[in-house]
Design a protein around this ligand. Structure first.
Ligand SMILES: Cc1cc2nc3c(=O)[nH]c(=O)nc-3n(C[C@H](O)[C@H](O)[C@H](O)COP(=O)(O)OP(=O)(O)OC[C@H]3O[C@@H](n4cnc5c(N)ncnc54)[C@H](O)[C@@H]3O)c2cc1C
Length: 393
């Protein structure tokens, strides 16, 4: 039986970037809403991640009144992409940030609380939908629920939604190698595709270093030792002095994204939104979180909480679907060594191509004419096996 009264207007399961953004989106639209932000962990808490934060994330947060989040951090505006001696290194159109998730997520959760959310320590295990409300663990009820509970989402499972392709990645913190200072360095794998190792300078003498690859059903998942070995193989010296190693799954997006309708919404990793080219997920988490929060607020304002999912789908599909189709295509093409190397040569040769690839990998970018032209040129121009290196412009 559904409980007689609804305790919360909106309950958000998970207080990572997607969950905090959901609360912020809802409360920015209607500061009077009763919003519960539930997380199984106390904050600050760690989350295995490369810690790379695209500038677009800050734009989205500014729209819901959150500014100054990274004012004490050092921006990184150099990006080096490489594979087996082929390098494209350039300044990015806008700097990115490398912010340990222990810091970033606590700041986001604080911002949500400052906006009026109640942060509650609670591990959600069960979700039941009743005609007038959604009940969590038989004790918390809400008119709308947003599942922002990450890669292994309980809410997604309760909705009976399958997960698509998954990658596995391991990260640690190690003294930044001299040749990798002030940069985000990505070295694509030469064995399993897609795969890459990274070193992202945190600006405090340490780099976030890691390695990840797509999991295939027909071969065993790599062990921690394999992941460390592959990281060291691609970026020699990266693991030296490394600490705080932690691994996690990345639920990759596909071209067939279908948000659920009704009172229960999904955002971020729970909605399987990690870029299949780059492993970027914070931008999607914040973007879909804010959209879910706004959709919930609008549906509640109309007295139709059961329409929240429909509103969310309308708001997200237009921008998200074309982008997801393009990234799915790009990720498929990038499995071919020839295409990957052509993309690196094209990025080394042309700033526009480089910038468009960065947009495709970090935000809402698409497969642009500049990318197609650049790839075409790279294919017809005979490439040297140890292609050109481009110093920052
Ligand atoms: C190794 C690695 C490197 C990555 N590097 C980058 C990068 O550099 N840049 C980037 O943008 N993305 C990166 N990603 C992806 C990024 O980490 C995720 O996309 C992002 O964390 C998604 O945010 P989220 O809020 O959806 O989920 P999460 O950050 O996973 O947050 C989910 C929250 O839900 C809580 N929770 C889970 N289950 C429950 C439950 N049952 N009840 C209550 N609470 C629950 C958890 O405690 C957690 O706080 C990386 C991922 C990995 C694994």
């Amino acid at each position: 039986m559904a409980p007689a009264s609804t305790a919360w207007d909106l309950a958000v399961v998970g207080a990572g970037p997607a969950g905090a953004a959901t609360a912020l989106g809802a409360l920015h639209a209607d500061p009077g809403l009763r919003v519960a932000l539930l997380d199984r962990a106390d904050f600050p808490r760690d989350k295995a991640c490369g810690d790379g934060v695209a500038p677009h994330v800050l734009d989205l947060l500014a729209d819901v009144g959150v500014t100054g989040l990274v004012d004490d951090r050092i921006p990184v505006d150099r990006l080096r992409l490489g594979r087996g001696g082929l390098v494209a290194e350039r300044r990015t159109a806008r700097p990115a940030w490398v912010v340990p998730r222990r810091i970033l997520d606590a700041r986001l959760a604080d911002a949500a609380v400052a906006a009026g959310a109640r942060l509650l320590r609670h591990r959600v295990r069960d979700l039941r939908q009743h005609p007038g409300a959604v009940v969590l663990d038989g004790e918390l009820s809400a008119a709308v629920v947003v599942g922002a509970d990450g890669a292994h989402s309980v809410v997604r499972r309760a909705l009976g939604r399958p997960r698509g392709p998954v990658a596995l990645a391991l990260r640690g913190y190690a003294p930044v190698a001299p040749g990798r200072r002030g940069a985000q360095v990505i070295e694509f794998g030469t064995w399993h595709q897609p795969s890459y190792a990274w070193s992202f300078d945190c600006g405090d003498g340490l780099a976030n270093v890691g390695y990840g690859e797509l999991l295939h059903g027909d071969r065993p998942a790599p062990t921690r030792a394999h992941l460390l070995e592959r990281l060291e193989g691609l970026l020699p010296g990266a693991t030296e002095g490394g600490r705080h190693w932690a691994g996690h799954h990345l639920p990759l997006s596909t071209a067939r994204w279908r948000p659920p309708s009704g009172r229960v919404l999904l955002a971020g990793d729970a909605a399987c939104l990690v870029n299949p080219l780059t492993g970027e997920g914070i931008h999607y988490a914040v973007a879909t979180g804010i959209a879910a929060g706004r959709a919930a607020a609008a549906a509640l304002r109309d007295g139709r909480p059961e329409r929240a999912g429909e509103r969310y789908a309308r708001a997200t599909r237009r921008i998200l679907l074309p982008h997801l189709r393009h990234t799915a295509l790009a990720a498929r093409l990038a499995r071919s060594t020839c295409v990957l190397e052509a993309a690196l040569r094209a990025s080394a040769a042309d700033q526009r191509v480089f910038d468009d690839f960065v947009e495709l990998g970090l935000a809402w970018g698409r497969f642009t004419p500049a990318i197609a032209l650049g790839l075409g040129r790279a294919f017809i121009t005979p490439g040297r096996p140890t292609g050109r290196s481009q110093e920052p412009a």
